[in-house]
Write a protein that binds this ligand. Structure first.
Ligand SMILES: C[S@@+](CC[C@H](N)C(=O)[O-])C[C@H]1O[C@@H](n2cnc3c(N)ncnc32)[C@H](O)[C@@H]1O
Length: 227
């Protein structure tokens, strides 16, 4: 599998807690070489994918289960935001009434409890896909230092599944984001949403981890799947 590495500094984006998600959406959209007109964005959040699309399109449907996120999504005549769960077959039954030219999903599907089920639902819409999914290398050294297993599926496992459902090519991108101090780094983990806001460590354990973490950077690993 092709693996790319990208390095950034948090200080260049100070105060922004979605530096990596933005880069992911940018790469995902840049991988599309035609100009699809009818677009679906699964787990659209506040619209990182919509913000990257530079070609004129006819329609973009954004799905997210968090109304607070949908409220922050860009609005417009051609944009429809729907509240829905990407694991819910009923959602896909209603989406089938629309033909999509491409299905995007950026930084969201790692939270599917059953990715084979979610991939089968996405495939049922019969459209090419551009999916970016965070994988186990995300916060890899951090989890190792804390003695915890990775939170997410391995890139190999997600790739195997993706190839079962889509005629797609896969690429792993490893991002690292360097910090000037551990306080900013740990605040980033809490606020970025990449950890799924799961507090697995107590305050004392977090403090110990901050002292023992050997890197000045956070690691992120993302599998890009494109058909
Ligand atoms: C890290 S954000 C990414 C948002 C956006 N796609 C981006 O690239 O910035 C993950 C999004 O997935 C949404 N999400 C998570 N699980 C979901 C589910 N089962 N159904 C629909 N949306 C979900 C969350 O509400 C959140 O907006």
């Amino acid at each position: 599998m092709n693996v790319q590495n990208e390095f950034s500094r948090y200080a260049d984006h100070y105060g922004s807690y979605n530096v990596i998600q933005k880069k992911v959406a940018e790469r995902l959209v840049a991988g599309v070489k035609d100009a699809p007109q009818h677009l679906l964005d699964i787990g659209c959040g506040r619209g990182a994918v919509a913000e990257q699309i530079a070609w004129p399109y006819q329609q973009l449907v954004g799905i997210d289960f968090a109304p607070g996120m949908l409220a922050l999504h860009p609005q417009g005549e051609r944009i429809t935001c729907l509240q829905g769960d990407f694991d819910d077959p009923k959602l896909y039954a209603s989406l089938k009434a629309t033909h999509f030219d491409r299905i995007f999903s950026a930084s969201a599907l790692q939270w599917s409890p059953d990715l084979a089920h979610t991939f089968a639902l996405i495939r049922s819409l019969n459209a090419p896909v551009s999916l970016a999914i965070f994988t186990a290398g995300t916060f890899g050294t951090l989890f190792k230092t804390a003695g915890l297993p990775p939170l997410l599926r391995s890139a190999d496992e997600v790739e195997r599944l993706a190839k079962r459902f889509f005629n797609a090519s896969c690429e792993v991108v490893r991002y690292s984001l360097a910090f000037d101090n551990t306080r900013d780094m740990f605040r980033y983990i809490k606020r970025s949403g990449v950890s799924g806001n799961r507090n697995v460590l107590t305050y004392k354990e977090t403090k110990q981890l901050m002292e023992n973490y050997p890197l000045d950077r956070l690691e992120f690993e993302v599998l890009f799947i494109q058909s």
